[in-house]
Design a protein around this ligand. Structure first.
Ligand SMILES: N[C@@H](CCC(=O)N[C@@H](CS)C(=O)NCC(=O)O)C(=O)O
Length: 208
């Protein structure tokens, strides 16, 4: 079988989720650069991989996928390596709920409304940041209440939920407001201190 291919950029939160899954499974893969924010636009050929022009897209032996959660589950099920989906129905459902919550409520608020707005806009829209921080507080409170006992979100084993949450929270922590808010949620802060120590996390760090 050929090496799986990930299309995307190392700055992307969602590309990093997929790369973390591949790294944790111990799978060699190729990262084909696609910059969706390039000044000259998204290359035309890429829409054959992702009709909505988002990153990542994925290909394995001619099998193409987009949507990070679908890619992550495929990688977990199609390859050897540690299982990243809980076997039992309830922890699996909780995990799916966490991932759904991150996609629906955390990504836009934590990454765009707070971090990107603070880091890249001049002047930043303070009301957008304040609203994003409010939503981020809800996300962190709910994550705290859903987190199982043990080092990882679902308990003793690292799962897809951990790998989905880490890049989003990591982006949020680029700004002081994010770091200050996380300090109010010690269980999630301790989880964060653990996950940054994974070799997969260092290997998927944005270059430069
Ligand atoms: N639902 C998609 C989201 C992917 C996504 O939004 N990726 C961002 C980069 S982190 C992107 O491509 N943004 C380009 C844009 O918004 O135009 C997934 O799960 O893969």
């Amino acid at each position: 079988m050929s090496k799986p291919v990930v299309y995307g950029a190392d700055y992307s939160v969602y590309v990093r989720i997929v790369r973390l899954v591949l790294e944790e499974k111990g799978i060699d893969y190729e990262l084909v650069p696609v910059d969706v924010f390039a000044a000259d636009g998204i290359p035309g050929w890429y829409f054959d991989h992702h009709p909505f022009g988002r990153i990542p897209a994925f290909e394995h032996d001619g099998f193409r996928l987009f949507e990070s959660s679908a890619i992550a589950r495929y990688v977990d099920e199609a390859f050897d390596g540690p299982a990243l989906l809980p076997a039992d129905a309830r922890p699996r459902a909780t995990m799916n709920q966490i991932i759904g919550m991150l996609d629906a409520y955390a990504y836009r608020a934590m990454v765009w409304d707070v971090a990107v707005e603070r880091l890249e806009k001049e002047p930043p829209d303070e009301s957008l940041i304040a609203g994003g921080l409010g939503q981020a507080a809800t996300v962190l409170r709910v994550l705290t209440s859903l987190k199982a006992a043990g080092p990882w979100l679902l308990g003793d084993q690292l799962m897809l939920a951990d790998l989905h949450a880490a890049p989003i929270i990591g982006y949020f922590l680029k700004v002081a407001e994010g770091r200050k808010l996380l300090a109010e949620f010690p269980d999630i802060r301790d989880w964060w201190d653990r996950i940054v120590q994974r070799p997969s996390f260092a290997r998927t760090e944005k270059a430069g």
